[in-house]
Write a protein that binds this ligand. Structure first.
Ligand SMILES: *[C@@H]1O[C@H](CO)[C@@H](O)[C@H](O)[C@H]1NC(C)=O
Ligand SMILES: *[C@@H]1O[C@H](CO)[C@@H](O)[C@H](O)[C@H]1NC(C)=O
Ligand SMILES: *[C@@H]1O[C@H](CO)[C@@H](O)[C@H](O)[C@H]1NC(C)=O
Ligand SMILES: *[C@@H]1O[C@H](CO)[C@@H](O)[C@H](O)[C@H]1NC(C)=O
Ligand SMILES: *[C@@H]1O[C@H](CO)[C@@H](O)[C@H](O)[C@H]1NC(C)=O
Length: 804
């Protein structure tokens, strides 16, 4: 419903007062806004009583948004059983020695710590310190911590680590220091960590790693060095890492990989070297890693694939996207267990018959954004398990006969953005499992009868932006499961409605941007399940009786941007479930009851940008549930006064830009549910009592840019419930309290971009609920602006809600 004008609603937010401490899942008590020890003790006591928690039932204590200047070794007396403490979004003056005794886990996040004393932590197993500014971090803070198994220090702007920092934590298993500002690591920093399994030092600025950095880490399984400034790797760097299975080197500046650098990684399973500058890889670099399963080399500068994957029999994922490859040598992947292959964004021009030979387990190939103009007919013959094939954005002019003859497993086939002009009959015959076919942005001129006849599983088909000039009777035969079909942006001037008989499962149908002037009655009658039909931006001139007959599930009908000037009585017959109807931007000149039929369920009717000059009020009797009515940008400047008598439920009406200079009295009075009225972009000039007829429940009134130069006293006297009055972009010069008399609930007055040059700030004194006055773009001096801002400082409490 994007075409509908956005609706402005006001929401005045209420603040909810919560308790200081609450008992949470995971046996923790979480406290907020704590400022003193007394408050803390009392709040915990209250929480325990209120939520009937046994003291020993909670093992965690969490502080949020607190200011902790009362930490003393005795602070947690009575809570010695607590194992986990967390501080989030808090300020802590000092962490004294001996504050925590039996604690196992300590976490500080998004906080500020002024000081940490030596031996502040003892016996901890796990420590997390992230997004936290620590002014002072003494070397001894982590002394006596041989029980420590996990340290997480991410995102702390750390620039250096002291030598020997982890020497007293020999039991460390996980170490995270990512997202800091480290330029280097001290020599032998990890030497004592013989049990460590995970090291993550990504997202730093490390330029060089000594060849002994990881020496002796025989248990290390995961090493993350990504997002640093490494340009070379010393050949011995990974020697001895016999357990390493996951190595990440992405986003460094590595140009050349030294021969043999991975030669000792005999447990390696996954390696990510993407986003570097590697131009060549020589001598089967992974031949000593028999377990290797996944290699990511995407976004490098590789120009050829020489022998890289030889001997990697367990290799199943290869990513070569974003390199400079121009060909795939025959047999380059032979001997692997390849299941996922990404070759997108290279410069490959053809696929030869031997490219994928023997890859019986290949399931997904991504080949988009290459320069493919030629594929051998037998290229995919061995790929009996291929499910996903993406050939988008290439230069294919044609597909050879038999190319998919063995692709019976294929479910997703993407051929968008090529130059295909003809689909040979039989080409898709073997794709009995195909679910999705994208052929948009090609040059296809016709769909031969029966071309999709075996695609019984197909659910989604897109052939937008081709050169189809007609749809023949048998075009869609066979695709009986299809739910999504779009044939927009084609020069179609002829549709044989029998074509739609095959589409009884269809739910979404788009026919935008085609060259059809009219549809025969009952054309869509087999589309019994369609809920959304878009006939947008065509040259449709008229709607005929029974045009949508049979579309019993249709709920959203877009007829936007057409040339409709005539709607035959009965055109909308049968649309029992219609909820949304757009006729925006057509050539309708009047609205009369006969055009429409009863549509009990219609809630949105949008008729903007036509040339409507008269409305038959009884039309609206047909839509008892209508909520939104858009009549903007028409010629309704001569309203009679009875137009809105049958709209008891409507909450929103748009009458903007209709050239209105005056309105009949009481015209909005019958609108007993109306809360929002748009009258902007009209031509009112002087407003006085009655100029804007009242509506009993109106909350938002938009009078922007309506040539208003004067507002007489009591103009809004009957607008008791109005919350928001927008008078911006008019030519008002003077503001007086009398102008707004009667607006007892008013919350905001918008007066931007008028010509106001004098204003006594007292004029708003009598509006107890006024919180916001907008005066930007007038001729007021800054002193007055400051006073007004000081008195009505709350722009934030008016929330725009877009209903669309
Ligand atoms: C923490 O201190 C800063 C000033 O350094 C202050 O702006 C902020 O409100 C304090 N936070 C809490 C939760 O007290
Ligand atoms: C391959 O790498 C590119 C770029 O790094 C990424 O966008 C893409 O998702 C990867 N492909 C697969 C199949 O994971
Ligand atoms: C209708 O088509 C026009 C032009 O293609 C497009 O700008 C507009 O967003 C479409 N509207 C809808 C509701 O699809
Ligand atoms: C429909 O309206 C457009 C814009 O107002 C106008 O250019 C066009 O000539 C009209 N077409 C018909 C058939 O009346
Ligand atoms: C109101 O006037 C200002 C200043 O001339 C302009 O920037 C703004 O776009 C106008 N608003 C509308 C709704 O025309």
């Amino acid at each position: 419903m994007t075409t509908l004008t956005k609706l402005l609603l006001l929401i005045v937010l209420a603040t909810v007062q919560s308790k200081d401490c609450n008992y949470q899942f995971g046996n923790a008590i979480s406290c907020e806004n704590i400022y003193s020890l007394e408050q803390l003790k009392q709040a915990i006591q209250e929480c325990i009583e209120r939520e009937k928690v046994q003291i020993e039932d909670f093992v965690g204590l969490e502080f949020q948004k607190s200011d902790i200047n009362f930490l003393q070794p005795q602070t947690f007396e009575g809570f010695e059983h607590v194992k986990v403490i967390k501080f989030l979004f808090s300020n802590i003056t000092n962490i004294p020695k001996g504050s925590f005794k039996n604690l196992e886990e300590f976490e500080i996040g998004s906080s500020k710590v002024d000081n940490i004393e030596d031996k502040a932590f003892i016996n901890l197993k796990k420590i997390l310190f992230y997004e936290t500014v620590v002014k002072q971090f003494p070397k001894g803070a982590f002394a006596d911590m041989d029980g420590l198994t996990e340290v997480n220090f991410h995102k702390n702007d750390l620039e250096t680590i002291e030598e020997g920092a982890f020497d007293n934590s020999p039991n460390l298993v996980k170490l995270f220091i990512y997202e800091n500002k480290l330029k280097s690591l001290p020599k032998d920093i990890f030497r004592k960590l013989t049990l460590v399994e995970t090291i993550h030092i990504g997202q730093n600025s490390i330029e060089h790693l000594d060849e002994g950095t990881f020496k002796g880490l025989t248990k290390l399984k995961t090493l993350h060095l990504g997002n640093n400034l490494l340009t070379t790797l010393s050949p011995q760097l990974f020697n001895g890492l016999n357990a390493l299975s996951d190595l990440n080197l992405q986003r460094n500046g590595i140009k050349d990989l030294t021969d043999g650098v991975f030669a000792h990684l005999n447990s390696l399973k996954t390696i990510d070297i993407s986003k570097n500058q590697i131009e060549t890889l020589r001598n089967a670099p992974f031949k000593n890693s028999p377990e290797i399963e996944s290699i990511d080399l995407s976004e490098n500068q590789l120009t050829e694939l020489d022998n890289i994957f030889k001997g990697s029999t367990k290799l199943n994922r290869i990513n070569l996207s974003g390199n400079r490859l121009s060909s795939i040598p025959d047999g380059v992947f032979a001997g692997t267990s390849l299941s996922h292959l990404d070759l997108s964004s290279n410069q490959i021009e053809k696929i030869s018959p031997g490219a994928f030979k023997g890859l019986h387990q290949l399931k997904e190939i991504t080949f988009e954004s290459n320069k493919l103009s030629e594929i051998a007919a037998t290229s995919f013959d061995d790929l009996k398990q291929l499910i996903y094939l993406n050939l988008d954005k290439n230069k294919l002019k044609t597909l050879p006969v038999g190319i998919f003859s063995e692709s019976t497993a294929l479910k997703y086939l993407y051929l968008s953005d090529n130059e295909i002009s003809k689909l040979k009959n039989g080409i898709f015959d073997k794709l009995v499992n195909l679910i999705r076919l994208d052929l948009d942005n090609n040059r296809i001129t016709d769909l031969e009868s029966g071309i999709f006849k075996n695609l019984k599983q197909m659910e989604s088909f897109n052939i937008d932006s081709n050169e189809l000039n007609g749809i023949s009777a048998q075009a869609f035969d066979g695709i009986s499961s299809i739910t999504y079909l779009t044939i927009s942006k084609n020069p179609i001037w002829n549709i044989d409605c029998d074509a739609f008989k095959a589409l009884s499962s269809l739910k979404y149908f788009s026919l935008q941007d085609i060259h059809l002037e009219e549809y025969p009655p009952s054309c869509f009658s087999s589309l019994k399940n369609v809920h959304t039909l878009r006939i947008n931006n065509t040259i449709l001139k008229q709607l005929k009786k029974g045009n949508f007959a049979g579309m019993e599930k249709l709920s959203n009908l877009y007829l936007t941007d057409n040339h409709i000037s005539f709607i035959e009585p009965g055109s909308f017959e049968g649309l029992a479930n219609l909820f949304f109807l757009s006729l925006d931007r057509n050539n309708l000149t009047k609205i009369v009851r006969e055009m429409f039929t009863d549509s009990e369920k219609l809630e949105w009717l949008t008729l903007s940008e036509n040339t409507i000059s008269s409305l038959d009020p009884t039309t609206f009797e047909l839509f008892p549930n209508l909520l939104y009515l858009n009549l903007g940008s028409n010629k309704l400047n001569n309203l009679k006064g009875n137009e809105f008598t049958k709209l008891p439920n409507v909450i929103y009406i748009d009458l903007s830009n209709n050239g209105i200079t005056s309105l009949p009295s009481d015209i909005f009075k019958p609108l007993t549910s109306l809360t929002s009225l748009k009258l902007n972009l009209n031509r009112f000039k002087t407003l006085e009592k009655g100029s804007i007829p009242a509506s009993p429940k109106l909350e938002n009134l938009d009078l922007q840019k309506s040539n208003i130069n004067e507002i007489k006293p009591d103009t809004f006297e009957d607008f008791k419930f109005l919350l928001d009055l927008d008078l911006s972009n008019n030519t008002l010069k003077h503001i007086s309290a009398e102008m707004f008399r009667g607006l007892t609930e008013i919350y905001r007055i918008g007066l931007e971009h008028n010509e106001i040059s004098d204003l006594n700030p007292d004029v708003f004194d009598n509006f107890p609920n006024l919180k916001r006055v907008d005066l930007k773009g007038n001729r007021l001096d800054s002193r007055i602006m400051t006073v007004i801002k000081g008195e009505y400082p709350k722009p934030g409490l008016v929330t725009r809600i877009d209903i669309c």
